[in-house]
Ligand binder design. Sequence first.
Ligand SMILES: Cc1cc2nc3c(=O)[nH]c(=O)nc-3n(C[C@H](O)[C@H](O)[C@H](O)COP(=O)(O)O)c2cc1C
Length: 214
Amino acid sequence: MLQTIVRNAIGLGLFAMVTAGLIALTQSATSDRIAEQQRQAQASALWEIVPRGSHDNELLDDTFPLPDDPRLGHRGKPAKGWVARKEGEVLGVILPVVAREGYSGDILLLVGIDRQGEILGVRVTAHQETPGLGDGIERRKSDWITSFNGRSKSNTPAEAFKVKPDGGEFDAFSGATITPRAVVAAVRDSLAVFEEQRSYLLNPVTPSPGVANE
Ligand SMILES: Cc1cc2nc3c(=O)[nH]c(=O)nc-3n(C[C@H](O)[C@H](O)[C@H](O)COP(=O)(O)O)c2cc1C
């Protein structure tokens, strides 16, 4: 009797250990895959914002520590931006920005700004907004995100840098104003940070190895 109980207990213990090990392995493989997918999404968004022919530096490796400004949404976590150069001159920078006011959580953005303070392009690299309602922020779903191209603080003052239902110039989606409102606010804030940090951003310091963006 006792022998049977001990045997069963050992069997159960072994089973639990093997199961826990398998779960841990799967989890680590999945999180590696998610991180890799995120890196790929980031790289292809970078190329869309700053096409390969427009600069002559190794964009993916030319990074700098992002200013720690709460408006960029990183909540004190170190992040890195990218710089595009041609013949040694900085053409513009690409800032990773987190819009925290999405309908279903954080929306990760890349915001490219040229040295004149004009937007080169914006792309969403991760979000959980509702398909068919909030996902028009994705470039492959609609061209809404390109409505930021060429915008700057001087041609679009803060009062106009809002969605139309709030009195601004950017379209909202029908029945889904929360998502575009969050993205528009995050891009407006990125431009404000760019203007304030212009001299640092256009003369970025050393690369920041080891800092991985969200
Ligand atoms: C199931 C469900 C999912 C929704 N998903 C989104 C979304 O992803 N983005 C969004 O802006 N609004 C979404 N909404 C709508 C919001 O609750 C809100 O009504 C809307 O953003 C307000 O926009 P409106 O002023 O154009 O009506 C969703 C609503 C429901 C019921």
